[in-house]
Design a protein around this ligand. Structure first.
Ligand code: OGA
Ligand code: NI
Length: 290
């Protein structure tokens, strides 16, 4: 199992998780609760639109409504809520708090188990890492995207090519295709096995693994007939943790590829700039051409 996981992380940067234990009912309740949140009037959503990237609750359109330039047109509505180490929730819809708490708790347990297994596969000792990255205070965001029907799907993206920050993102989608990943220089559709959860490798896994596991480039294309929805759980270290390559993976043959930076500073940088593939990683990448 560790070997299969390691191979998926290395070759694909993406895998499907089955038998994950997140009940179908909870997944669907979470989708419905986000749908109800998106359906609120602009007045009701108002206080969450255009907030700072590190604010605990944020809603908007495009990639980031505050910084979008003409560079990338992303047609989506999104909401993002910090659920750990402090739990936040929107007051409406009324059942949101209860459902999102359950969803966050069980996805966090799964995310942390996966992290331990992935790192064990790299030969990393769990206790040291848990401490260095302050995983007891891991940063967990619950987010959702709604991609409306779009008459001319070829003329815009749902979400332009990018990689995610954090260690892992767990994605559940409503059964409408749209997500594509870059694999061997080609875009391929990810058609999830029913009831599975997609897991993708984020930039911070690339950093701690010193480039052994690369964050996967992905994008969302639009559909002219169907509304697509996805729910994401993004797990990363504590905001105060300095993220750098694991010492065990750095040696004369494999020098450090990235410098250390707090998760907070990376987060702020990645989320406040327009989204261009994996460019955010360059702020921590050591140059190799000099
Ligand atoms: C994201 C993302 C994929 C999806 O929000 O970063 O890649 O399926 N979402 O909506
Ligand atoms: Ni993404």
């Amino acid at each position: 199992m560790l070997r299969t996981l390691a191979k998926a992380c290395k070759d694909w940067g993406f895998f499907m998780l089955v038998n994950h234990g997140i009940r179908e009912r909870l997944r669907n309740e979470m989708l419905e609760a986000f749908k109800a949140l998106f359906d609120l009037t602009d007045d009701e959503k108002g206080s969450y639109i255009g907030t700072h990237v590190l604010d605990p609750i944020r809603m908007g359109s495009g990639f980031n409504s505050m910084t979008d330039t003409g560079e990338c047109q992303c047609v989506r509505h999104h909401a993002k809520i910090l659920v750990h180490p402090e739990f936040h929730s929107v007051p409406k819809p009324l059942n949101f708090r209860n459902i999102s708490k359950q969803y966050s708790d069980c996805t966090r347990v799964i995310g942390l188990e996966l992290l331990k297994a992935i790192w064990e596969g790299l030969g990393i000792k769990e206790s040291r890492v848990m401490e260095a990255l302050k995983l007891g205070l891991c940063t967990q965001y619950l987010a959702a995207n709604l991609y409306p029907q779009y008459l001319n799907p070829g003329s815009a993206f749902g979400l332009a090519p990018h990689s995610d920050l954090g260690f892992l993102t767990l994605v559940y989608q409503n059964g409408v295709d749209g997500l594509q990943i870059m694999h061997k220089d080609r875009w391929i559709y990810v058609k999830p096995i029913p009831n599975s959860i997609l897991v993708n490798i984020g930039d911070h896994m690339e950093i701690v693994s010193n480039g052994k596991y690369k964050s996967v480039l992905h994008r969302v294309v639009l559909d002219s007939e169907m509304v697509r929805m996805s729910i994401m759980m993004v797990i990363g270290p504590s905001l105060d943790a300095i993220v750098e390559p694991f010492a065990d993976l750095v040696n004369a043959n494999s020098p450090a590829m990235f410098r250390g930076l707090t998760y907070r500073d990376y987060f702020e940088h990645q989320q406040s700039n327009s989204i261009v593939e994996k460019r955010a990683l360059n702020i921590v990448r050591f140059r190799t051409d000099n």
